[in-house]
Design a protein around this ligand. Structure first.
Ligand code: ZN
Length: 396
């Protein structure tokens, strides 16, 4: 939890955030505001003023911790500002406030200077007042604490055993951890809940799948696909017998299509028949996907853990069918990722589609073909986390 307000010249609630793994305050801390020095000479001149102050620094929040990069490597100026006794730095952020993290490499090198990202209107207002020589006093209470691990994570797994081929599987789900700037309702509440609803619908309808249907709610995806990687490591016997993996981790939009390989197409044409007339508001399209490279590195989402292991992970196409203006970039690891951003009609429809498709695959009288799903012999393509990040960060 965190709280901040302006005390002088007037009381005002402040809208801000701090990236994960950055420093908190030492309890409630109150201090005046100064603008950061731009040279060592300036720093020498204003050392007395920096003591006990919040320091307005340049640049614009891009989600990561203050000193660029994804590691805690404070710049020389940051170190000097800290040594001069500053309470923390304040940087401008636009809305919504995206908060990622600063990687901390060692227990002996923890960040200790608060890294506040303050909403642009308030940042600019404060800066203007300070430039005019007005005294501005702010108070922050930021409870970021470092605790020694290890931390225990739990995957949550449920299944309906197959009636005819109990040792063959269809798996669906998504990660159920989230980033901490909001409650993670979209990323990834909107992703994993349709799988929970789908298995409930199947059970409720008295479904008796021939293959085992599993729901996976993955832990610690945001920490590097920890939960899915671990499950795959512990279940090598199941990997060759998973028909397909359906992972959802791309936002709340409604499922309107599915891409499958050439060799699977005929099976899915049959499986998807009930989807075309399910609801006139939501069209459905079955597409053929080209063979893809098998990733050699974990990235993106838990589907890549399965792809790395050679399990076909099939991608849903989704769309903002009612033109509600849903953009994933707006909520992705921002302070807006809360319940009101999840579209219940889309969730409901997606759950129905998933239930029908997964049940259909589970009831095929033969195994789903893996033929031609991957390009043979590829070592080159790297499906990496940073490339997905760049894509999202480039969105307006
Ligand atoms: Zn996610």
């Amino acid at each position: 939890p965190f709280f901040g307000k302006m005390i002088k010249p007037k009381e005002k609630h402040l809208i801000f955030g701090t990236p994960s793994y950055t420093a908190g305050t030492k309890g409630v801390q109150r201090g005046h505001v100064v603008i950061a020095p731009t040279s060592d000479e300036e720093l020498e001149d204003m050392k007395d003023k920096i003591k006990g102050a919040w320091v307005l620094i340049e640049g614009k929040n891009n989600g990561w911790a203050r000193d660029g990069g994804r590691r805690h490597e404070p710049s020389e100026m940051t170190i000097k500002i800290k040594q001069a006794g500053a309470l923390g730095t304040i940087q401008l952020t636009t809305f919504p406030i995206r908060l990622l993290e600063g990687k901390v490499d060692s227990w002996d090198n923890l960040p200790t200077l608060a890294d506040i990202k303050l909403l642009d209107a308030q940042y600019n207002e404060i800066k203007e007042m300070v430039e005019k020589g007005e005294e501005v006093v702010l108070e922050f209470d930021i409870r970021n604490h470092f605790k020694k691990g290890p931390i225990k994570y739990h995957n949550v797994i449920a299944w309906i055993p197959g009636s005819k081929f109990p040792d063959e599987y269809v798996v669906m789900g998504g990660h159920f951890d989230s980033f901490d700037s909001a409650t993670g309702a979209v990323d990834n509440g909107s992703g994993f809940t349709p799988a929970m609803e789908a298995i409930r619908l199947i059970a409720q309808a008295g479904g008796r799948p021939q293959r085992t249907i599993m729901v996976h709610l993955w832990a610690a995806e945001e920490r590097g696909l920890v939960g899915s990687q671990d499950w795959i490591r512990r279940n090598p016997d199941k990997i060759p017998r998973i028909a397909a993996c359906f992972n959802r981790d791309g936002g709340t939009n409604a499922i309107v299509g599915l891409s499958v390989s050439e060799a699977m197409y005929a099976d899915f044409e049959k499986i998807c028949q009930p989807l075309y007339n399910l609801n006139p508001d939501f069209p459905f399209e079955l597409n053929k996907s080209k063979p893809r490279s098998r990733p050699i590195r974990a990235g993106g989402s838990d589907s890549s853990s399965f792809l790395m292991a050679g399990v076909p992970s099939l991608g849903w196409q989704t769309r903002d069918v009612f033109d509600l203006g849903v953009t994933y970039g707006e909520t992705w690891h921002t302070n807006l990722d809360s319940y009101n951003k999840v579209v219940s009609e889309y969730q409901e429809h997606s759950a129905l589609v998933i239930a029908l498709v997964v049940y259909g695959v589970a009831n095929l009288d033969h195994q789903l073909s893996r033929e031609g799903f991957f390009i043979e012999n590829n070592e080159k393509l790297i499906f990496s986390f940073p490339s997905m990040l760049n894509f999202i960060l480039q969105e307006p």
